[in-house]
Design a protein around this ligand. Structure first.
Ligand code: MN3
Length: 258
């Protein structure tokens, strides 16, 4: 995802600062990251003053699983604790591991000057890198209902939603329909298209397909079955409806205005 929906137009942004920009919105709450000595954010931080950066460990040079910014049960009843635990510690960890593995394999390929598997490992970087960043953004994009989650956007983002969708209710119906109609595993994202300045809702297939480069991800919902099946089974629309109770609109607004 870094290349698909990167947050910055700054050519000098490297991998780390992209991740910093993508993940700092609610990172002030990830105390365990600070405790473990991971690097702190630079000028690309979404929250003034920066904060600990989840998702990459400077010391080891490896991607890591960021701590959740809230307790695993904090989003109940909309997302249950068991789903959160499995989703975070199994699925998201799998993307982290897959990304690290693919990067290592590509280094080995360069060492050997053997690019027979270049298509496979390049795709693995894209898929698992997308999975890592998508999930990091997803956790940070939610907050407990009534304690930062739910309600409606305010300020510039609210005005842009009214301008581009007609009203918040029309946006909500559009976003929910897009998410509900994703075929197989994927996401729906509210994005900012930089050339026109419009907000556009797009589907993402798998973890990386169909979001154009440079489009800023403002709000995303994971509609892979692993995100909801334990609680909602086949009722994806109920899960999407519940998601609106836990959207962290303050963070979405900060990303939009950044
Ligand atoms: Mn997922």
């Amino acid at each position: 995802m870094p290349e698909n929906i990167g947050l910055s137009d700054t050519p000098s942004m490297n991998r780390r600062s992209v991740i910093a920009a993508l993940t700092l919105g609610a990172a002030a709450g990830t105390a365990s990251c600070a405790a473990s000595g991971r690097r702190t954010g630079g000028p690309d931080a979404l929250i003034p003053g920066g904060g600990p950066v989840p998702g990459f460990d400077e010391a080891s040079g490896k991607f890591i699983l960021p701590a959740l910014p809230y307790d695993v049960a904090a989003l109940e009843p909309h997302i249950d604790a068991q789903t959160m635990t499995i989703h975070h510690t199994r699925h998201h960890q799998g993307y982290v591991d897959g990304l690290n593995r693919a990067i290592t394999e590509l280094a080995h390929a360069r060492d050997r000057a053997d690019f027979a598997l270049i298509k496979h490992w390049s795709r693995e970087v894209s898929f698992h890198g997308g999975g890592h960043l998508n999930h990091t953004l997803f956790w940070l994009g939610m907050a407990p209902a009534g304690r930062g989650g739910g309600g409606q956007p305010e300020g510039a983002l609210a005005r842009a939603i009214d301008r581009d969708f007609g009203s918040f209710d029309r946006f909500k119906a559009h976003f929910a329909a897009a998410a509900n109609a994703v075929e197989g595993g994927g996401w729906a994202w509210l994005t900012h298209e930089p050339a026109s300045g419009q907000l556009l809702i797009v589907q993402m297939e798998k973890q990386q397909d169909m979001v154009p480069p440079g489009w800023k991800p403002i709000l995303g919902i994971d509609v892979w079955e692993h995100a909801y099946y334990l609680k909602y089974q086949n009722r994806r629309a109920e899960y999407i409806s519940a998601f609106f109770n836990i959207i962290n609109w303050q963070r979405a607004g900060a990303i939009f205005s950044e």
